[in-house]
Design a protein around this ligand. Structure first.
Ligand code: GRF
Length: 207
């Protein structure tokens, strides 16, 4: 059984997709041990509580330094003894010590086809605003392992999504979530839970 911690900051639609996929059997051999947010008001925490999943907040506001927060965050995650950490709309940089502790065991969903529209400053709606500004015809989402860079870890899965004329950033974000994020993130978790994923020299192979 793969035990996962899901880390969230906002609405939690990707968390909901994971919960629903476990309930429907699209994800097997997996249980969500805890949902952790940096934002006590994140609706994602409500989604977890509604499903009787332990939900808690570790907020930078409760610590005097970023280092103290980083240490507390890592300790909290480690206390649940999980196998995989899933960043589902989590907007806090993962501390290097946590990347070291969970090498190739932290995955993230990013709302573009990496290496486009990613890196520092590219998150949430800003990603879609940049894609529309550039005039791309295809965008999408990427699931990747987390390393010490920003959106630079080995790519696990990607899903393209068509950009429609007159798309607003919100409309494009919603389509990318519906047609890509909510599909490839659960699928990646299921693949990892069932031993289908290996990483060699920064490349991911699916059995
Ligand atoms: C989504 O745009 C997702 O791509 C990004 O965070 C946003 C909110 O996700 N990772 P969620 O609804 O909180 O899962």
């Amino acid at each position: 059984m793969l035990k996962i911690a899901v880390m969230v900051s906002g609405g939690g639609t990707n968390l909901q997709a994971i919960i629903d996929a476990i309930d429907s059997g699209k994800i097997t051999n997996t249980e969500i041990s805890v949902v952790i947010s940096n934002n006590k008001n994140a609706y994602a925490l409500e989604r977890a509580k509604n499903h009787n999943i332990e939900a808690l907040c570790v907020s930078p506001k409760d610590y005097t330094t970023r280092e103290e927060f980083n240490e507390a965050l890592l300790k909290k995650v480690q206390s649940f003894d999980v196998d995989l950490v899933v960043l589902a709309g989590f907007l806090v940089a993962i501390p290097d010590a946590m990347v070291d502790a969970y090498e190739n065991r932290i995955i993230n969903i990013h709302p573009s086809l990496i290496p486009s529209f990613c890196g520092v400053g590219y998150y949430g709606l800003k990603v879609h605003e940049a894609a529309l500004e550039r005039g791309v015809k295809i965008t999408g989402a990427t699931v990747h392992f987390v390393d010490k860079g920003t959106d630079t870890g080995p790519i696990i899965a990607q899903q393209p999504v068509e950009v429609l004329e007159n798309d607003t950033p919100k409309e494009l974000q919603q389509r990318v979530m519906e047609q890509a994020e909510w599909i490839i993130l659960p699928r990646a978790i299921n693949d990892i839970a069932n031993g289908k994923i290996t990483v060699e020299n920064h490349n991911v192979y699916r059995k």
